[in-house]
Structure formats: C-alpha cells, structure tokens
Design a protein around this ligand. Structure first.
Ligand code: FMN
Ligand code: SF4
Length: 562
C-alpha cells in the first residue's frame, strides 16, 4: 500500500497501535546489541519456541534498548489494561515462569525493574493501565528519573523492525505535515529557530547548514547521515539506529524536502551489522508505503536513501574523508574550504549531519521550534544522548537536556563509581576530548562549557574513571588509538602522535625523565596547532588535560634521579 493521504497514514497508525496494544499479552525482548550481548536473542528464540509449540495467544516482539544497558536483557510484559512491566537481567530459566505468570495476569516480582502506566512518545501518547502498585514506577527509578527522553522516546518500547509501530505512535506525521503543508524555507526556518546544533561534535547550527546547502548553486545535491561513530566508548548512534531506525529516515526525508535534495546516503561502519540490517529493513518498508521513492505523499517530491558502508576507520567520520570514502577513494581528509556544502560527495553540494541531529528533526516539526527550544539551555537547546560507560555503576544510554551538570549524570543517573569505588574523572568526547576531574563536575554539559575546561562534547561518549585508574595510562590509551587511526597524510599527526606515544610508554614504564614531560607538552601543542584535520588537531587533548588536572600522576611516574 502507498500512503498518500492523511487518512492513509491514520489507518496505518491505527493498525500500528493495534500491534503495540493488541488486546492480548505482548512480550517484548530488548534486542539491541547490548541486549543481544547478554543473551537477548536466545531469550527471544526460546520465548518464540514455547509460544509456537504451545500455540499460546501471545504477541512476541523484538524491541530496542530502553537505555538501562546494565540491566539487560530486559523483557517487557504488557498485560491488557495493566501497567507495562520491565523485567531486568532475565535468564533463560525465567522464561517458563514469565509466560505462565503473565498468562494469569501477573509477573515474577523478583525480576521487576519498574512499571510504566503511560508513556509520552511526544508524537503520540500511550496509556497502558495501572495495577502492580507495589513495584516502582519508571519515574521513581533514579536512573530514569533525571533523564528527559526526546530522541530515545520510542527505544525499548516499539518494535524497530515494524514501520507500523513507528507510525502507530505518530511517526511520519511530521513528514506528512512538512511535505504537504510547509514551504521548504519555512522548515529551514523552524529548524533554525529551534536552535538545533549538530550532534556530531562541533555543534554547528543545523538549520544554517541546511540553508547554505539549499542555496548552493547546482541542481544535483546530496544529504548524508554520518553514522561512522568511531569514538571508543561511544555507541549512541548505533543504539538509536537499532532501536528506532524510522526516526532517522523521517528526519532525513524532512531535511531532503527542505533542501530540495532527492538523494540521501547513510554512511555507516561495517562493524554495525545489526544497525545496517534494521536500516535496510526500514528502508524497504518505507519504500513499500511510498514514504521513500517517487511522488511522496502525492506531492511530486522524489527522494530515496542508500546505505554506504565504511570499513570502520575513525578518520572516515571527518567530513571530507567521509565524502572520499563514499566515492570509493581512500578515506583521507583534505583541506577545507571548500566545505562539503559547496563541494561534497561526487563534487556536489552536500549536507552532512550526524545520526542524532537528523533524529531531532521529526519532533521539531511535530511540536514546533518553541517547544524544542524550551528544552536545554540558551544557545544549547534540546537534549543530548550520552553513552555512560567505564567505572560507573549504572551503565547505559542517558538522555538529558543540554546544560545538565556532569555531576547529575554521573551521580544521580550513574549512581557514582562501580563497586563502591570513588569516581576520579570523566573523559568526554573520546580521543578528541579530555579528562575532567571530579572537582569540575559542576560543569554543565554544553558545547562551550566543555570547551572552557579543555575538552569537548564530541558525539556523546562519557567514560568514567575511578580511584584505581591511572590517568597517564588513560592518556596513553587515547594517543595509541589516535596514532593508530591517523591517516598519515600530514607529518605532525603521523609522526608527532607516534613520538607522543613513545614518550608516554616510557613514562608509564617508569623510565621517563623530567625532560620527557616538557617534550610531551611541546609535541602535543605542535600537533594540535599544525595538523590538517580534526583528528590531529584534537588528539593531544587527553594528554593536555591530564597534564593540567593530574600533573602529580605524571610526576609520580618519574623517578627523582631521572
Ligand atoms: C576525526 C573525526 C571523526 C569524526 N567522527 C564523526 C562521527 O563518527 N560521527 C559524526 O557524526 N561526526 C563525526 N565527526 C564530525 C563530522 O566531521 C561532522 O562535523 C559532523 O558529522 C557534522 O554533523 P553535525 O553538524 O550534525 O554534527 C568527526 C570529525 C573528525 C575530525
Ligand atoms: S591530521 Fe592526521 S588524520 Fe588528519 S589528515 Fe593529517 S594525518 Fe590524516
């Protein structure tokens, strides 16, 4: 069926809602990579086998990740009329018990994480029901209570492999509104007024980049989604694509229409096979419904999206290297200008945005710029998804309004150090960022505040370090990574990082000298100032911040005679 009118879309919405709330028992299994890693798919298969063999009246679906990766595998049980129940750390041995209790309207209390009575999908609202009052409600769990879900609003609740469920909670209605009732310039204006800044790291205003691309001379243009995500410790984009792929496609569709572009590309690393599989399925389903292809919503607008896989080099996330890689060339950065908006993929004007940037677009159109800009802080509107990992108690996907303090993320949501250890620092922005000591945890998480303390937002990895972590070793880890990922095109990055690594190896091995400390700083500053692209320009940050905030740890490793 091709969806052409609002009535068509509405009829699929009803069908989708019927799938989410089928009027019979529905069991969902968290099967994002985090869930699968701890047995989610095995649980799904076991549940499926029992349901088939016993011919049970249960709707079984795969869901994405609700964010609390530490508690995976998470199984959701939705008994008609009752609150949705999230079960934590489910084991194969629990499966028979889950089924038999659920068929009798109950759940295994020893596995309950929390309940959800109703849910704001932002593009729609779902009321599940009450009962199970003895269990904590979602908002009473500290991990969830301090978050605000805009990007992750559907994750873990809908089936990412079924477009009907996305439409069921109001998906593609923003695209319908944009294409049928808004002028392209009005869409760009809305995105500009929302204040949305790119989530890939640099925080460039998205609406402005769209406007520049639209105004660039030439008929043929591209829009590209940067799903390269190579930072160690970062997996937000992967999770967003695995849990809710249509949110990304809808954002790109709206952007394409606004910029007058008929071809979109998603550049994604080959190490993300599940995200690729779910995106391919989502693309097929969107094409079947006519949401991609020719004459979308009967407006005369044509647009389709292709997937381009990269071999997984960190440098290919850099815009000009990414464009080269898409063209089948070696992914090496080139000098800018010209920027991609002038001369991008195949020499054509190209708008490049991060996965999460695109994912913000449907809600901006659905709820308006005013609503969106009321979230977050002035100049840093909206929310940001972080992957909270490392030596922190609650590991997972965390979404907070920009401007939230690091303290709140690491203590209120993350519950502090794992195994009762003291948190010492956090690395933001991966190898491009830096280590912030605990005394600066009042720093609000926004583009400028992080820059002021010597680090950067990056795409959203937060790696927590505790009292047992040696910060010089951390700096060495990131330099080792950046040095290995350097494309080798320019000398400061290729040779400078290599020498920084040699010095750090020496210091960590207890063979460093006082002179080494000075040399390390000099090299770091030279690499930063003279490298061609962002990789080299930012790679010294972990060294410079650890030298600034944890100087004593360097000193401790140098013997007094050296
Ligand atoms: C070495 C390097 C790696 C990068 N990796 C990514 C990445 O994985 N994903 C991403 O969206 N942006 C990455 N960026 C930033 C992109 O080049 C680009 O600025 C961004 O995708 C633009 O999208 P945005 O405006 O929506 O943030 C990287 C930049 C550099 C210098
Ligand atoms: S800074 Fe490094 S990664 Fe960037 S172009 Fe130069 S050698 Fe390549």
């Amino acid at each position: 069926m091709r969806i052409q009118t609002s009535e068509d879309l509405d009829s699929i919405r009803k069908k989708g809602l019927q799938k989410i709330q089928p009027g019979r028992l529905r069991i969902g299994v968290g099967t994002s990579s985090c869930g699968i890693a701890v047995g989610g798919m095995a649980l799904y298969n076991l549940l499926d086998e029992i349901i088939q063999t016993k011919n049970l009246d249960i709707s079984l679906v795969k869901t994405g990740c609700i964010g609390f990766c530490k508690e995976e595998p998470i199984v959701s049980v939705s008994i008609p009329g009752k609150a949705l129940v999230l079960l934590r750390k489910v084991k194969p041995d629990d499966v028979e018990r889950i089924i038999s209790l659920a068929l009798h309207g109950d759940v295994p209390s020893d596995r309950v994480l929390c309940t959800i009575s109703d849910w704001d999908h932002i593009t729609g609202n779902l009321v599940y029901g009450n009962e199970f009052d003895t269990f904590p409600e979602y908002g009473e769990i500290p991990f969830f209570a301090h978050q605000k879900k805009v990007i992750l609003r559907d994750s873990g609740l809908i089936n990412p492999e079924d477009i009907d469920e996305y439409i069921g909670i109001g998906g593609y209605f923003a695209a319908y509104k944009a294409l049928t009732s808004m002028k392209p310039d009005a869409i760009i204006d809305e995105v500009k007024r929302s204040g949305l800044r790119g989530r890939g790291g640099a925080g460039f205003p998205a609406g402005l980049k769209w406007e520049i691309t639209k105004k660039a001379p030439g008929e043929e243009k591209f829009i590209v989604c940067n799903a390269d995500e190579g930072d160690p410790g970062a997996y937000m984009n992967r999770n967003e694509m695995e849990s809710d792929p249509h949110m990304l496609l809808e954002g790109m569709l709206i952007g394409a229409y606004a910029m007058g572009v008929s071809e979109g590309l998603i550049y994604i690393r080959a190490e993300y096979p599940l995200a690729i599989e779910r995106l391919m399925l989502a693309l097929d389903q969107a094409r079947t419904y006519g949401l991609l292809g020719k004459n979308i919503f009967n407006t005369g607008f044509d647009f389709d999206i292709r997937i381009a896989t990269g071999a997984g080099a960190f440098v290919c996330g850099e815009s000009t290297a990414l464009a080269a890689s898409i063209e089948g060339k070696t992914g090496r950065p080139r000098l800018r200008p010209p920027r991609l908006t002038e001369k991008g993929v195949f020499g054509k004007p190209t708008d490049l945005n991060n996965v999460e940037t695109w994912c913000n677009v449907p809600v901006i159109i659905a709820k308006g710029a005013l609503w969106y800009s009321s979230i977050g802080a002035k100049g840093n509107t909206g929310t940001k998804v972080f992957s909270l990992v490392g030596k922190v108690d609650n590991i997972g996907m965390v979404e907070v309004p920009l401007g939230t303090s690091l303290h709140s993320i690491i203590y209120d949501i993350g519950n502090g150090g794992a195994l009762g250890k003291e948190v010492k620092a956090v690395q933001t922005g991966g190898p491009s960022g830096g280590c912030i000591p605990v005394r600066l945890f009042d720093t609000p998480v926004d583009f400028e505040s992080l820059n002021q303390v010597g680090t950067m937002m990056g795409s959203g990895g937060l790696v927590v370090m505790d009292e047992d972590t040696n910060m010089v070793d951390i700096a060495r880890y990131f330099i080792n990574f950046a040095s290995g990922e350097s494309c080798g095109k320019c000398v400061p990055c290729r040779e400078g990082l290599k020498h920084m690594l040699l010095i750090l190896n020496r210091i960590v091995a207890g063979k460093g000298t006082r002179q080494d400390i000075g040399l390390l700083r000099e090299l770091a500053e030279t690499v930063q100032k003279t490298s061609l692209c962002g990789l080299g320009q930012t790679a010294p940050n972990p060294v410079l911040t650890t030298m600034q905030y944890f100087k004593e740890e360097y000193d401790d490793l140098i013997s007094p005679e050296a």
